[in-house]
Ligand binder design. Structure first.
Ligand code: UDP
Length: 491
């Protein structure tokens, strides 16, 4: 540079295009990541369906007020001719199991509109970060020469089990095995056994083989992986995963901790949280650590007889509880009446939320001392990030292995111990016994050395989680490096 000439302008901020799978549990962490990227000087665009853009209006408005370069783009979905109802633009709107596969297959049709959208951008984005379950972005990225990372939503423990199972042909072995056969996952730093009902892969249900092949191929051909976890929680699995993948793995979580205002309304992609003020006022009246929070994520739905067993179990535990029952589950008049009667019987110590709860605000409330969870990774990590131990009751996909991590490796969970899985929607055969719920809740919330040790460990992980996300912490610094690595230097 000649003496006296002005310094060169700073390089333009990198532009990340993020593509979540259109299911609430996949959108939430990627939107958190988009907000973090925008807050840290990058530009972020989230590509989803028009319904989700609408649901995320609050986040967009919040970002606009703060002057953050964050935007949302909706692509046409469901495609014409898919047979799916026009209002079915998110997995939690799917009515039953018979629509679930067509929904997943229809998502692949988004490749065309996505290609057209990315081609319309000038300059081209610096990087595409797409959900591991949205492999249809891979062709678009490679044809345009845009680097692509995949976002793997579950625990790194699950991600490593999955890649080991695929590399060692374990999925085929399990598919051909008897129902009770147990197999050890090879190459894991700790012993992990799996069965046909608790497989080490998301797409392990009949009819999903093509989806699995496409997802695995898109992972192999990506430039790296982004995970919602942190090094102090899963160091040994992160190391193994990076080695097995042979690509950089960025641990950037817990992403939910970017919600500093604890506002679960606008930042979580639902248009409405049901009765937040009343929930928080009820929690304010409870003793510290006395309430068990009960919620099974955004997708899984239960039949009335299963809900009654859960309700009886909570009642029999004698503990205070805050239980989220989905709107669709609570719609039947007999369920509505039964829940009203349960609240009346447990007056003061039981509250049922019918709809969508402000989960982060609940978990960060001092009254909450435990969480009965289906082990969706967002819920598990949000609980850990707030120092809350859990009762584990996995239902499907990665949740069984998340349970193993939580109970066997981290030591912060009590298994509910229901032997076979509950399918996603309305599975008649799903066994639920009030005694199992009552026993697990009592063990979690009670006294004694084991319960105290779980609480201590959960608290310790909560503190480490917060440190990971602060300046100088592992996840914070990983995000800095990620942004830097996609910042174009001036030639
Ligand atoms: N969630 C919420 N309120 C509810 C139910 C769920 O805010 O009433 C959020 C929860 O905080 C988490 C996500 O929805 O971020 C659920 O994701 P998870 O991975 O736990 O389960 P999934 O919905 O994918 O089965």
């Amino acid at each position: 540079m000649a003496a006296g000439s002005p310094p060169p302008p700073p390089p333009p901020p990198p532009h990340f295009v993020l593509v979540p799978l259109v299911a609430q549990g996949h959108i939430i962490p990627l939107v958190d990541l988009a907000r973090l990227l925008a807050a840290r000087g990058a530009r972020a665009t989230v590509v989803t369906t028009p319904l989700n853009v609408d649901r995320l209006r609050g986040v967009a408005e919040q970002a606009a007020r703060a002057g953050l370069p964050l935007e949302f783009v909706g692509l046409p979905f469901p495609p014409a001719g898919s047979g799916l109802p026009q209002d079915c633009q998110n997995a939690d709107m799917v009515a039953d199991n018979s629509q679930f596969l067509p929904f997943f297959f229809a998502l692949r049709e988004l490749a065309g509109p996505f290609d057209a959208y990315v081609r319309s951008l000038a300059p081209r984005p610096s990087c595409i970060i797409s959900d591991w379950c949205s492999p249809w972005t891979a062709g678009v990225a490679s044809s345009l020469g845009i680097p692509r990372l995949f976002f793997h939503g579950p625990s790194c423990f699950f991600a490593l089990c999955e890649i080991m199972a695929v590399d060692h042909g374990l999925l085929e072995l399990i598919a051909a095995a008897g129902d009770d056969e147990r197999h050890l996952v090879p190459g894991m730093p700790v012993p992990v056994t799996v069965t046909k009902a608790t497989p080490p892969g998301l797409f392990c249900y009949p009819g999903t083989e093509l989806l699995r092949r496409e997802a695995m191929e898109a992972m192999r051909t990506a430039d790296g992986a982004v995970l919602n976890t942190f090094s102090d929680l899963e160091a040994q699995f992160l190391e193994g995963y990076e080695a097995a993948l042979g690509k950089p793995v960025w641990a950037l979580g817990p992403l939910s901790l970017c919600n500093r205002d604890e506002d679960s309304t606008t930042s979580r992609g639902k248009t409405a949280v049901d009765g937040k003020q009343a929930i928080m006022a009820w929690l304010d009246e409870q003793a510290p650590g006395s309430v068990v929070y009960v919620s099974f994520g955004s997708v899984a739905r239960k039949l009335p007889k299963q809900l009654f067993e859960i309700g009886h179990g909570l009642e029999d535990s004698g503990r205070s509880f805050l239980w989220v029952v989905k709107e669709r589950e609570a719609a039947a008049p007999e369920v509505r009446e039964w829940l009203d009667a349960l609240e009346a019987r447990t007056a003061g110590r039981g509250l049922v939320v019918r709809g969508w709860a402000p989960q982060l605000a609940v978990l960060s409330h001092r009254a909450v001392g435990g969480f009965v969870t289906h082990c969706g990774w967002n819920s598990v990590l949000e609980s850990i990030a707030h120092g809350v131990p859990v009762v584990t009751w996995p239902h499907f996909s990665d949740q069984f292995l998340n349970e193993r991590l939580v109970v066997d490796v981290l030591g912060v969970g009590v298994p509910v111990g229901v032997a076979s899985p509950v399918m996603i929607f309305d599975d008649e055969s799903a066994p639920v016994a009030r005694g199992d719920i009552a026993r697990a809740v009592s063990a979690l919330m009670g006294g004694g050395a084991e319960a105290d040790e779980r609480r201590r460990k959960a608290k310790e992980y909560g503190e480490k989680a917060r440190r990971a996300m602060e300046e100088g912490g592992s996840s914070y610094e990983n995000l800095t490096r990620l942004i830097q690595s996609f910042t174009r230097s001036e030639d």
